[in-house]
Design a protein around this ligand. Structure first.
Ligand code: COA
Length: 322
């Protein structure tokens, strides 16, 4: 019998504080119109001083668990995607396990930058398909605001904080149809975030902030996401018209529009959160998915294509029958 991973719950959390483009215009030389026209972002959420990846993950996870209606002790695997963990170790997944009070399960983090949630979904799906796990909690949680240089106008306009979660469960009915993940380590210089505390001696004077050559990242992202769409459709034997919803990583509306065009989809079939959330890295897809499910746009039985691109470079997709 084929075992599938079914989505049985979704959740999300956004911090209370809203930072608008106008707020940022008082910090660096930029404007609301420049930011909105180039990115599609109007505002983003900023974590409070006591909030962390694990605290936000807990709120998103509890929402997903509530929707699923399962006993928290039935969760046997937790995978957290994050590039902004509370601690180098323990992993954010272990901290989340502690917060949720789960006595017996496996927990670990995945670091694939903005593609983190797709990588985490892919790993979760493998563990369910092989029968190793029955109920897997996948979370993407990020406090990007703490690794952004708020004096660098080319990056600080883009990022936001938040957490998204899904609970996957083993089933004999189709759920995740396929996942596709890739990385190419040849692009370190285009997008990276140093960790000066543990870097080699000659890199210790770097600051721990995101560094990006945005224009070059943009071009590679558009081309790569076009290819991942082809790969996903080919592997599943589906046609473009079979996809009901595109749930993309939220980095830039123009990148998302290019992918939607490639799929022959109108922007009405895209779950967009970018305008009010910015780029929340590994949290963005799960936050958007949660929004689409909870507001009733994504319905049971519909076909959802998720795709992401991030530092590394890493990229990937997940095709899900919801
Ligand atoms: N406000 C005003 N001007 C700005 C600015 C800002 N916030 N940021 C950069 N500029 C200026 C630059 O200094 C440059 O000025 P110059 O021509 O005088 O040198 C000009 O705008 C163009 O800069 P450029 O970087 O070429 O702009 P762009 O059209 O590529 O837009 C991004 C910049 C970052 C919005 C865009 O490249 C992007 O979104 N890239 C993808 C980033 C991404 O998705 N990263 C995450 C991947 S997961």
């Amino acid at each position: 019998m084929t075992i599938w991973s079914n989505v049985i719950g979704t959740g999300g959390y956004l911090p209370e504080t809203i930072r608008t483009n106008d707020d940022i215009s008082t910090m660096v030389d930029t404007s609301d119109s420049w930011i909105y026209e180039r990115t599609g972002i109007k505002s983003r959420r900023i974590a409070g001083p006591r909030e962390t990846a694990s605290s936000m993950a807990e709120i998103a996870a509890r929402e997903a668990i509530d929707m699923a209606g399962i006993d928290v002790q039935a969760i046997d695997l937790i995978i957290v995607a994050t590039g902004t963990p509370d601690r180098v170790y323990p992993s954010t997944a272990c901290l989340l396990q502690q917060r949720l009070g789960i006595q017996q399960c496996v927990g670990f983090d995945v670091q694939a930058a903005c593609s983190g949630s797709i990588f985490a979904l892919s790993i979760a799906d493998q563990y369910i398909r092989t029968g190793f796990s029955k109920n897997v909690l996948v979370v993407g949680s990020e406090v990007c605001s703490r690794i952004v240089d708020w004096t660098d106008r080319s990056t600080c306009i883009l990022f936001g904080d938040g957490a998204g979660a899904v609970l996957l469960s083993a089933s004999d009915q189709p759920g995740i149809l396929s996942t596709h993940i890739h990385s190419d380590g040849g692009y370190e210089d285009l997008l990276y975030c140093p960790n000066p505390q543990v870097a080699s001696f000659d890199k210790q004077d770097e600051l721990g902030y995101i560094s990006m050559r945005g224009n070059e990242v943009f071009k590679v992202a558009v081309n790569t996401l076009g290819r991942i769409v082809d790969e996903t459709l080919e592997a599943s034997g589906l046609h473009k018209s079979d996809i009901d919803w595109l749930v993309p990583h939220q980095a830039n509306t123009r990148i998302i529009a290019a992918t939607a065009k490639k799929l022959g989809m109108s922007m009405d079939q895209v779950i967009l959160t970018l305008e009010t959330q910015g780029n929340t890295s590994s949290a963005s897809i799960l936050l958007a998915f949660n929004e689409g499910v909870r507001d009733g746009r994504i319905k049971k039985g519909q076909m959802v294509l998720m795709e992401a691109f991030g530092a590394g470079f890493t990229w990937g997709s997940a095709l899900i029958k919801y």
